[in-house]
Design a protein around this ligand. Structure first.
Ligand code: NAP
Ligand code: F7E
Length: 348
């Protein structure tokens, strides 16, 4: 049985990847940050009590800012594949917490790479490593962007991802390690964090439709993103580590849509006129914006045989269906006299 270690297992992608690997028969180990509230909600569908027998998902407390804990986890788990998904992944927040973002995203990757290199060296094991790179690394580069496009990062997050990317390339060349950089364009789902624009829109429009909220405050509606479905994208991560040789791949749908278009599609699902509900709040603008991202995933198509299954319209619809149902449940509970803690409606 193959063993995988996932940093960032509690995040959107981590949860989809853990499900995919479990379905493929892997033993899956995830690194979880200690928090004062539960942060494992996205794993509820696959988590089982460790005291039961035959458990194939194990969680380990750890943090990519703590090198010695990463070394201990590697020694204990002895994985065949490592997926480094841990990140402070919010671009707007990275302007407020630039140093912290660099510590987690750039230096955190370096810490894990060093622990991985030493583990391979000492134990002589063949271990493969996936790095969660981002289309944000292209930033202001002209679209369409592919593996040959020069990076032009536009945020502390993106600069940190570029550093992590090059650490990975350097470790691959310097120590002959099997390391792949996935350069993934935006991918969303019903599990997307509620302060990213897609989920913020689908949560808010659903709640507004049911009278639970009156306004939606957003920033720049003119930017374009190549939005895919997270469940499709984690398959590409896995495929990269199954090839004969390590390489770097762009993963994208090849279609781009503006935030306005996302609003059009989402509002149409619940028959709302978003222009009457949405207000612009400058707090959500970024000091430097990424205007247009549009990925060319020809290499992933031809070498990995990867293609996205879910298109833009289907993505918006599935997120709206999910969030309308959540809003409906919230309304029912409120009417019965219960109150629920709200998500990121006013943030993001
Ligand atoms: P996400 O939902 O924000 O999840 C990030 C994960 O990293 C969470 O599990 C989080 O833990 C964990 N984490 C944060 N700081 C950490 C630390 N110091 N030590 C250990 N774990 C830490 O992000 P995602 O959308 O799943 O994305 C996964 C990865 O792909 C990230 O590296 C992201 O930057 C990258 N990426 C995402 C996209 C996208 O469109 N989704 C596109 C390209 C690249 P908590 O749950 O405790 O917060
Ligand atoms: O913003 C605009 C915002 O925060 C998308 C991360 O997963 O994908 C994600 O980064 C666009 C931007 O995602 C609001 O200005 C307008 O132009 O949903 P987002 P992102 O910045 O593209 C990349 C690939 C990653 O790697 C990242 O980890 O939407 N926008 N109004 C807004 N954005 C937010 N968050 N909130 C707003 O109110």
């Amino acid at each position: 049985m193959k063993k995988a270690l996932i940093s960032g297992v509690t995040g959107q992608d981590g949860s989809f990847l853990a499900e995919l690997l479990l379905a493929k028969g892997y033993e899956v180990h995830g690194i979880v940050r200690r928090a004062s509230t539960f942060n494992t909600g996205r794993l509820d569908g696959i988590y089982a009590d460790p005291h039961e027998s035959g458990i194939r998902l194990s969680l380990h407390y750890g943090d990519v800012t703590d090198a010695s804990c990463l070394r201990h986890i590697l020694e204990k788990v002895q994985p065949d594949e490592i997926y480094n998904l841990a990140a402070q992944s919010h671009v707007r927040v990275s302007f407020d917490q630039a140093e912290y973002t660099a510590d987690v995203v750039a230096t955190g990757t370096l810490r894990l790479l060093e622990a991985y290199r030493d583990h391979v060296r000492v134990l002589g094991r063949a271990v493969r490593f996936y790095q969660a790179g981002s289309s944000e690394m292209f930033g202001a580069a002209n679209p369409p962007q592919n593996e040959s496009t020069a990076f032009y990062p536009r945020s502390p997050y993106a600069v940190s991802k570029v550093a992590a990317h090059w650490y990975c390339v350097n470790f691959r060349e310097a120590y002959n390690l099997f390391i792949c950089n996935g350069i993934l364009f935006n991918h969303e789902s019903e599990r997307r964090g509620e302060t990213f624009v897609t989920r913020k829109i689908t949560r808010a429009l659903s709640r507004i439709k049911l009278g639970l909220q009156s306004k939606l405050y957003l920033g720049n509606l003119a930017s374009y993103r190549d939005w895919g479905y997270a469940g499709d994208y984690v398959e590409a991560m896995w495929l990269m580590l199954q090839q004969d040789a390590p390489n770097d791949y762009v993963v994208a749908t090849g279609e781009t849509h503006s935030v306005r278009e996302f609003l059009d599609q989402a509002a149409a699902c619940v028959d709302l006129d978003w222009a009457k509900i949405v207000e612009i709040d400058p707090r959500y603008l970024r000091p430097t914006e990424v205007d247009v991202l549009l990925g060319d995933a020809t290499k992933a198509h031809s070498r990995l045989g990867w293609a996205p299954r879910i298109g833009f319209q289907q993505l918006v619809t599935l997120m709206m269906n999910n969030d309308f149902e959540l809003a409906r449940q919230e309304k029912t509970l409120r009417e019965a006299g219960f109150t629920l803690p709200l998500g990121g409606g006013g943030r993001g």
